[in-house]
Design a protein around this ligand. Structure first.
Ligand code: PLP
Length: 433
């Protein structure tokens, strides 16, 4: 299948080219030229299939023309050696737990899938590929762990100094091997700008093969559709088949966009909720029709501290830039840190369910938005222990136990290279590699 750019001023490219390039030459984001729907019968029996089986069927729709079935099956099975269960929280609200992967956040799904797909495309290729990834906390670890030890691929993780939690930082600064962490004197938006600018820099483009593992990369974001199908299957198992509302804690909007793709493929989701923290650019767009990016502010849900969400371009493209069409599918909510803290504490003390600050925003939006007869699912995007200090302070109930996987990372030694937010410094650094 070919991929076009959302800016539509360059020719279409193959999947392989889209994955290796990351961003189109006209700065647009790649979109698959077709979105194939499943027949209704697929959904009638979907609950009889496992997460891995469902994901393989979805992967075939996206990548089946480009990757032979047996290879794709191996890729999916190798990526998804964990589950994304649906857990009941209260009356009509469920949590889709996306934190059972190796770095305990949803980005493990796309990060691992992309690493394996890229390695598959580069097999037998001599050239070194440099993966650039800007992270607000969780992307860096998922991508770095997905690519760790993959021959011929070097990963550079750019992260904002002092703006990620200690555990998040440890997950990508302690790995060594083919992973380099760059500690940027700036915000996540600065990191994202450095990465995007690098792709458009002639000198870098001629000297190095660069790609991005942020959700701008189709191989990172499309696999995120897998778990929306799984959410439906697991609800159907419990007898829920309609009026399902999905709430997505959103920053760069890759996760929500993958959900919109799933819906276009026929998944029976009634509507979506985009839950924002104080970085409410898309919330404002949904209300006013005006998209006004601005500098991000730091919040306790730091993975959503994004002032100019990349994937918004994909949402506009999916709905032909119609504000009315977008509004009919997505409702926006936004919460301050104090509101997030309050709901996190309430859900824990009232229902015995511990969320992380991102999941808490998703829950709160559902709690406000659900109508009679609707069933809500919020995406619990990270394990609460990734934000131990914040979460412990909020619930005031002692220590949140650190899962084994996280405890291992904490033992490692932080290795990172300081970098200014000036592009010239980043370019000079890359050229020395
Ligand atoms: C990345 C992330 C988000 C936001 O996802 P987007 O796809 O960028 O909208 C939300 N929660 C957590 C824990 C994350 O790591």
């Amino acid at each position: 299948m070919n991929y076009y750019s959302t800016n539509k001023s360059v020719p279409k490219v193959s999947l392989k080219e889209a994955v290796i390039k990351g961003l189109a030459d006209d700065k647009g984001l790649f979109m698959p030229e077709r979105i194939e729907a499943f027949p209704e019968s697929f959904f009638e029996t979907i609950h009889q299939r496992s997460f891995q089986e469902i994901s393989f069927e979805v992967a075939k729709k996206f990548f089946g023309e480009d990757v032979p079935e047996a290879d794709l099956k191996a890729l999916v099975d190798d990526t998804l050696n964990f589950d994304c269960p649906v857990v009941h929280v209260n009356d009509n609200i469920f949590s889709l737990e996306l934190f059972h992967g190796p770095t305990l956040a949803f980005k493990d799904v796309g990060g691992r899938f992309m690493a394996r797909l890229l390695a598959y495309f580069l097999k037998g290729n001599e050239a070194q590929v440099n993966v650039l990834v800007a992270t607000s906390g969780d992307t860096g670890s998922a991508v770095a762990n997905g690519f760790l030890g993959v021959p011929g691929i070097y990963v550079y993780v750019l992260y904002p100094k002092g703006l990620v939690s200690e555990i998040q930082e440890k997950q990508f600064t302690t790995l060594g091997q083919n992973i380099t962490a760059l500690e940027v004197e700036g915000t996540f938006d600065d990191c994202q700008r450095l990465v995007k600018t690098a792709f458009l820099d002639q000198q870098l483009k001629t000297g190095l093969t660069l790609t991005s593992a942020n959700s701008i990369n189709v191989a990172r974001f499309l696999p995120q559709a897998f778990y929306y199908f799984n959410a439906y299957a697991r609800l159907r198992e419990r007898g829920v088949t309609e009026d399902i509302v999905v709430s997505v804690p959103s920053g760069n909007f890759g996760n929500l966009t993958a959900g919109l793709f799933a819906k276009k493929m026929g998944l029976p989701i009634k509507r979506f909720i985009a839950a924002n923290n104080e970085n409410d650019i898309v919330y404002n767009y949904l209300k006013s029709g005006k998209y006004e990016p601005r500098a991000s502010v730091a919040t306790i849900a730091n993975a959503m501290d994004v002032g100019d969400p990349s994937n918004f371009a994909r949402i506009l493209d999916l709905y032909d830039h119609s504000h009315a069409a977008i509004q009919s599918e997505i409702t926006g909510y936004r919460y301050s840190d104090s509101e997030i803290k309050e709901v996190l504490s309430e859900v824990y003390h009232k229902y015995g369910y511990l969320t992380d600050p991102h999941g808490a925003t998703g829950y709160k939006a559902l709690d406000e938005a659900l109508l009679d007869g609707e069933v809500g699912v919020f995406l619990e995007t990270a394990h609460p222990a990734k934000f131990t200090e914040t979460v412990e302070k909020i619930i005031g109930a002692g220590k949140v136990p650190l899962p084994e996987k996280l405890a291992e990372f904490m033992k490692g030694e932080k290795l990172s290279i300081p970098l200014s937010k000036e592009f010239d410094d980043f370019r000079a650094f890359l050229l020395q590699q």
